[in-house]
Design a protein around this ligand. Structure first.
Ligand code: ATP
Length: 310
């Protein structure tokens, strides 16, 4: 349905997005995951025709639409990261304004607004001024605005950043419902691994402007099929101990937080005896020790050497 080929963008010579190839099939829910500054918003802005790529193509059903953005605007709903609402107007009035941008008018506009408000669960607050809304409710109005023209594809740019858990769950539920029940194709960017795990059939992992991995959750996890993730709780933390753990043969990464260690190591190495030996030397007790199934966070750590929120 939608495809980017070697999509790239530089700002004043600095590369923000480079050679991004991704596709979106009809009815899919696809996640774009990456830390701050990875290039997610820039990629989405190019797909939404808000900014022009420096190079590359964006194809809608096989046709390059970079110089013909009207085609994609008709079928695309975009929920940007920044809120774009008039605080002094009611939710209904805000949506009326957005509807006029899409050139929807009269009875049809009213029906579209009521449907969108129902989807985001704000029908009973439609007459209230936006300035009385919580951050999460404002974001839900933003989502409603993107739904007014019944888009086939919905792109959401980190829609749950900085909002209360209740609104967050509401938004996740709304996106899931639109995708599963209404057949809306979804592209969802986030740096919350658990959100894309819950919502998305397929993922792209982005870092420093490039796609560094893609696939279903299972496919991405299989990248780590040669590694174990071991969590250890210590009686106290000691930097010299951590340094020595890092140097054990087969240990690939060690993360320390408070008195806990997360160790990623080659499958099959005898880590227990090494840890027991080192902990005795440093007068540290091993309080707890268990091997975990790897998560997508671990895949990201493996690929980049950093955690998603570094
Ligand atoms: N208008 C701009 N002018 C200059 N540099 C920009 C502009 N927009 C983005 N960048 C740079 O491009 C890179 C990618 O930014 P982008 O906002 O796309 O990342 P992101 O993955 O969406 O991060 P975030 O989660 O923080 O929004 C960053 O280094 C950013 O500073």
């Amino acid at each position: 349905m939608l495809e980017t080929i070697k999509l790239s963008k530089s700002f004043k010579g600095k590369k923000a997005v480079q050679d991004v190839n991704l596709y979106l099939d009809s009815g899919e829910s696809v996640g774009l995951l990456g830390p701050n500054g990875a290039g997610k918003s820039t990629t989405i802005s190019m797909i939404s025709s808000l900014i022009k790529p420096t190079a590359g193509e964006i194809k809608l059903n096989g046709v390059n639409i970079i110089n013909n953005p009207e085609q994609i605007r008709r079928i695309l709903g975009v929920v940007p990261q920044e809120l774009a609402l008039y605080e002094a107007l009611s939710a209904y009035e805000n949506l009326k304004f957005f509807g006029s941008i899409y050139k929807i008018r009269g009875n049809e506009l009213d029906k579209s607004i009521q449907r969108a408000l129902e989807i985001v669960g704000l029908q009973d607050r439609q007459k209230d001024l936006v300035k009385t809304f919580s951050g999460g409710m404002k974001r839900r109005v933003n989502i409603a605005a993107a739904l007014l023209h019944h888009p086939k594809i919905l792109i959401l740019d980190e829609p749950t950043v900085g909002i209360d858990p209740q609104s967050r769950n509401h938004i996740l539920e709304t996106v899931r419902m639109l995708n599963k029940n209404e057949g809306t194709t979804v592209m969802y960017t986030s740096h919350y691994m658990e959100e894309v795990e819950q919502l998305c059939d397929r993922l792209y992992i982005m870092d420093h402007g490039e796609i560094i991995a893609s696939g279903t959750k299972g496919e991405l996890l299989s990248i780590l099929s040669t590694e174990d993730t071991i969590k250890v709780q210590l009686s106290k933390m000691d930097d010299r101990f951590v340094t020595q753990v890092k140097s054990i043969e087969g240990v690939r990464k060690v993360e320390a937080a408070n008195t806990n260690l997360k160790i990623i190591a080659k499958k099959g190495i005898n880590l227990v005896s090494e840890l027991v030996y080192l902990s005795e030397q440093h007068h540290i007790q091993l309080i707890n020790f268990h091997t975990e199934n790897p998560s997508l966070e671990d895949v990201f750590l493996h690929l980049t050497g950093r955690t998603l929120r570094d």
